[in-house]
Design a protein around this ligand. Structure first.
Ligand code: SF4
Ligand code: SF4
Length: 421
């Protein structure tokens, strides 16, 4: 365990944590909740009902033809099905399963490294790998980049995996070659993990230890020599990113003949202490905190993800999802407060922005809900969502949240326009 300061009264060093903690294995919880995405017009799952028995590793979806699914992380009985609205109004069906003790593994998983297997079982694997680009006839993907460096300060999930599970990453690399046909697989790691990364069979690219150099747009520019244009995704440059944890999970699935149902996450306590735990996907956040001896008080802040890019949550009843790399707990005194004070044009945000966006102007248009102007005149689409502008803002304007809301509102407008064409 290490002790570091993070957002709050004491400013953090903007260097990644390069010392992965060992992993504490948590017991199987009494119940898990799995969040199954539903479309905006979708109803409750028609194929699932309270009282259904489920096995560990079983694929659960809203209907036989639905592309969205979750993988049960326990053996037990469905005890509740409820609607849930997540970040940016994403709708889910929350499937709660009471665990019944021993794991009884489902046998649907086929030990064949094909795109069909990947689409059916790995989109809910830890680390949330996505294979959709490989099945899109309008996209060509030639390169897979495995991120062995974590995506936020303090987190060490992927570094832990490279350091301790390089053999599983190697199996995952071999499986990915068969599944995707990608002719180049690269792994990015900090200098101290180059030796372990070399054993994975991927092309190793060391990444600097300064935030936000491990974010995909930065890796593309600094390590692969390709600039992702404004409004484009990394997939438009024929590249897909996956986390080292996701690739290790794919490798392990084929060697164990069953999908992975656990997730490693870094838990950061109120004193800045970090530790890594491995829990079943769907475990309640409150259960994780209890296992780490962290108790919450009124007005404490709980962030899912890391301190720079994570999302504050309102309930410790929310579950660990496949993409939850961290839980950060801050007490009120150490929480970065936001205000509705106006911008004072100090210029700190522009100086720190890695893509040199005129953030002071951008935020004025976002606050005024002039999203299209923010995109057309002030480079909203160039933002790589690092959160540095919010961190340095003298007026404590929640710039990062305004940016995410602006992008979301624009995506809704585009969807509506496409539906009307
Ligand atoms: S989050 Fe802020 S600092 Fe980071 S790229 Fe976007 S505008 Fe720039
Ligand atoms: S850091 Fe905040 S106050 Fe300073 S120019 Fe940027 S938005 Fe304005």
């Amino acid at each position: 365990m290490i002790k570091r300061s993070f957002l709050g009264l004491v400013k953090p060093r903007l260097q990644y944590n390069l010392v992965p903690d060992s992993v504490q294995e948590l017991p199987v919880p009494k119940k898990v909740t799995l969040l199954l995405k539903v479309s905006q017009n979708g109803g409750p799952p028609s194929t699932l009902k309270v009282g259904d028995a489920v096995k560990t590793g079983q694929r659960l979806s809203a209907s036989p033809e639905s592309a969205e699914y979750v993988i049960s992380s326990v053996t037990g009985t469905i005890s509740a099905l409820a609607p849930h609205v997540g970040t940016l109004a994403q709708k889910y069906s929350a499937i709660t399963i009471d665990a019944g003790g021993q794991d009884n593994w489902d046998d649907q998983f086929k030990n064949e490294p094909t795109l069909d297997t990947a689409m059916k079982f790995f989109e809910y694997a830890p680390g949330n790998p996505s294979f959709k680009a490989f099945s899109d006839p309008e996209k060509t993907i030639r390169t897979i980049v495995i991120n062995g460096m974590d995506q936020d300060l303090l987190l060490t999930v992927n570094q832990y995996v490279v350091q301790n599970e390089a053999a599983a990453v190697k199996s995952g690399v071999q499986a990915l070659k068969k599944i995707t046909g990608a002719n180049r697989i690269v792994i990015t790691v900090p200098e101290n993990l180059v030796q372990q990364a070399t054993t994975t069979g991927a092309e190793v690219k060391p990444v600097s230890d300064t935030y936000p150099n491990s974010l995909p747009h930065m890796v593309m520019k600094d390590l692969l020599g390709q600039v992702v244009l404004a409004g484009d995704t990394v997939e438009d440059t024929e590249t897909v990113f996956m986390s080292a944890e996701a690739v290790a999970a794919i490798g392990t699935a084929f060697s164990a003949s069953r999908p992975s149902v656990t997730k490693v996450l870094t838990v950061v306590g109120k004193d800045g202490t970090t530790r890594n735990v491995r829990a079943r996907i769907g475990t309640r956040i409150g259960d994780i905190l209890q296992a780490c001896d962290i108790s919450l008080s009124d007005r404490d802040r709980v962030i899912l993800g890391g301190p720079m890019r994570g999302v504050a949550t309102y309930s410790e009843d929310l579950p660990v999802e496949p993409g939850t790399d961290g839980i950060v707990v801050q007490d009120e005194a150490d929480s970065a407060q936001v205000t509705d004070y106006p911008c004072v044009n100090c210029g700190e945000c522009i100086r720190i922005c890695p893509v040199k966006i005129p953030v002071n102007m951008l935020v004025r248009f976002l606050e005024a809900r002039l999203y299209e102007d923010a995109r057309n005149m002030y480079d909203l689409d160039c933002c790589i969502e690092c959160g540095l502008c919010s961190y340095v803002c003298l007026s404590r304007i929640p710039i990062f949240q305004y940016i995410k809301l602006g992008k979301y509102e624009l995506s809704l407008m585009e969807t509506a326009e496409a539906a009307n064409e």
